[in-house]
Design a protein around this ligand. Structure first.
Ligand code: 4NP
Length: 171
């Protein structure tokens, strides 16, 4: 077994939506799956949070759990939590599912960390600018969330890998 290279720092990613029971746990689970499939698990810390505390402690919405499961993604261990001040220091990338989440994060985030905030769909802009809230929607709304997240998660991982590769070439 190869020992992890302690000189290589991890990339810390936080996905954020409103309730942390539908979109952001799905993004977390999907991104983690791509990272694991790429053999890069030791290089990432991945989590999700909501701007609301209303669902704190709950597991993901069953409709999200089932939709994710149909794509081979297990989010059954997820427990919702609200974003907290330390998250802005801790994470390198804080990706909001929609513009309202982003506006809330911008209000809460210290100026020194605001460059970490972005819209999730900024990594796949041809597929839309926001991941729509599926909570009051039908099963197609949950499938649409996953379709959008697939594009954005793939591109986001490629973006990070290319960026890390470039910086290692410059080092
Ligand atoms: P999420 O979906 O932000 O994707 O987790 C929602 C979950 C709960 C509510 C709204 C959106 N809610 O109003 O309780």
């Amino acid at each position: 077994m190869t020992a992890p290279d302690s000189t290589v720092s991890t990339v810390k990613v936080l996905f954020v939506c409103l309730g942390n029971i539908c979109r952001s746990p799905s993004a977390e689970g999907m991104f983690r799956k791509y990272v694991v499939d790429a053999g890069l698990e030791s290089r990432f810390e991945i989590d999700s949070a909501g701007t609301l505390d209303y669902h704190a402690g709950e597991r993901a919405d069953r409709r999200s759990e089932h939709a994710a499961q149909r794509r081979g993604i297990d989010i059954s261990k997820h427990r919702a939590r609200q974003i907290e001040p330390l998250d802005f220091e801790r994470y390198d990338y804080i990706l909001a599912m929609d513009k309202s989440n982003l506006a809330n994060l911008e209000r809460l985030c210290p100026a020194a960390h605001r460059h970490k905030l972005a819209l999730m769909m900024s990594f796949a802009p041809t597929f839309g600018d926001e991941v729509p809230d599926p909570y009051y929607g039908d099963s197609a709304a949950f499938e649409n969330v996953l379709d959008m997240l697939e594009k954005a998660c793939r591109n986001f991982l490629t973006h990070i890998v290319e960026k890390q590769l470039l910086s290692s070439l410059k080092a």
